[in-house]
Design a protein around this ligand. Sequence first.
Ligand code: GTP
Ligand code: SPV
Ligand code: MN
Length: 602
Amino acid sequence: MPDTATAPTKNKQLLDWVQEVVALTEPADVHWCDGSEEEYDQLCQQLVEAGTFTRLNEELRPNSYLARSDPDDVARVEDRTFICAPTEDEAGPNNNWRDPDEMRELLTDLFRGCMRGRTMYVVPFSMGPIGAPVAQIGVQCTDSAYVAVSMRLMARMGAQALAALGDNGAFVPCLHSVGAPLEEGAEDVPWPCNADNKYIVHFTKTREIWSFGSGYGGNALLGKKCLALRIASVMARDEGWLAEHMLILKLTSPDGETKYIAGAFPSACGKTNLSMMVPKLRGWKVETVGDDIAWMRWGEDGRLYAVNPEAGFFGVAPGTGANTNPNAVKMLEKNTIFTNCALTDEGDVWWEGLTKEPPAHAIDWRGNEWTPDSETPAAHPNARFTVAAVQTPSIAAEWDDPAGVPIEAIMFGGRRSKVVPLVTEARDWDHGVFLGSSMSSEKTAAAAGNVGELRFDPFAMLPFCGYNMADYFGYWLSLKEREGAKLPRLFYVNWFRKDDDGKFIWPGFGDNIHVLAWIFRRCDEEAAADDSLLGLVPAEGEIDIEALDVSKDDMRELLNVDPEALRDQLPQMKQHFAQFGDRLPEGISEQMRDLEQRLDQA
Ligand code: GTP
Ligand code: SPV
Ligand code: MN
């Protein structure tokens, strides 16, 4: 058995745990990651030799790699994700629950010997700036080198995190295996996984993560969704803060005034794009603090301060191009890991939307020949890039400030081709929490399932809330009771309304600045609004259509809330809330009754 005597830590709890994991999983070797560049380069080279990585053309894309995953391991798997809270009620109808003891038994059997023939990497990491009071240390044991190098880009990983943990510090143990032991003499595959036997498991009371069978994204980079959202949402509820699936951006007006805004949009619904947007309105500036997760705590001034716990971006590639997200295109020029993109004949990557003209020939994400006449896309719809945050030209100077940034407005949004207007502002806090609670969105390729199907995704947290969502609604409602609280204003946005031909009506991307500018001016009481059934919409003329390629009729349609269409949605909305039974807070029921009353009078 590999010995841990040479381990670079004296933390007894960590040493004991690693020893235990080694005894259970039986790896051939143990490697403690120090997070250095040399280690990164060496592991990447090893991945090239194993066939997992293809090194990209050094002149076109320096220090960058393409990985092709197993076709059955391309996204998060929500039906294989479990919240093992002490009771089913605590996990709620929004989660798959299993009894913690039973699950632990099942997993122990599953993990027995699962790392045979492989190296186990011990990956210490800090979510949040190293040593900051808000930071959480995690240690991931994984048999995937791809995960180890990805963690170096996505989190503060290695020796510094271990030093911050110290001899007596506590950490969240994150055990991960691709679930594909290598028997002696057997040949490895480029992307080992256990496609039919995935388990993404959270023990929320004891704060442990066990992940088996997948090497992809949120299933495998355990600091991200598993720790910084599912486990952290439980910590936040217990300790009086918030862990949210939100972007954080810094918005500066032509007058040089600055506001920080957060936004909760479901997976693949525009957070990365909005957080690094190049505004198409003169004088405005957007800078990036975070693109996926916000941890918010109360400041002494009563405001909520947000920190991005991550250090990198694991972003959707398709749709990312010079016209839609020029900052991302620049950030991806070097030092990037691409997964499930296409490979061009020049040895570069390509995906749908990167350029207007597709390459005449490429190798698609499955490794097959591809031309523009092919019937399937060159890149998988959930193809992603992994890159350090500092590489975006739009990074805000305060992005890694442990104190965080004060949030003045929070947006909720999703993909809704009909009914939901471009933007509304909540009438008050309870109404805003109601808007967040009743959010729905058309499903995307970020998780396995039927793309396009409408589902409720409250606060964009349906796949990420580690406890009963009814309690989560109650927690949000309760924030207003805090003495001296200066709460952000709440908004609901939708960039995805479509016309009868299925075309997006709103140009989106850089033109979303028109909505941000209205939100900014609302916070300063400088912009006019009209009441609608769903909240306050910009008064006519507030959104300057002269500067936009949107007709007056389209603008009216974008801001219109049709009572008939809304009435048709009521049964689904009521059903959505009914699943929480008695646990649903009265504040939400009250808002529901208020909406029905308004509809009766409309
Ligand atoms: P996760 O990383 O899964 O949490 O997603 P995200 O919310 O960061 O989504 P992202 O910004 O990566 O966008 C996902 C897809 O939506 C990409 O294909 C984008 O091109 C597209 N998209 C983003 N913003 C807009 C917009 O304003 N309008 C339209 N039509 N598409 C958009
Ligand atoms: C999401 O699905 O919301 C993501 C990508 O941000 S993943 O890390 O794979 O969960
Ligand atoms: Mn996300």
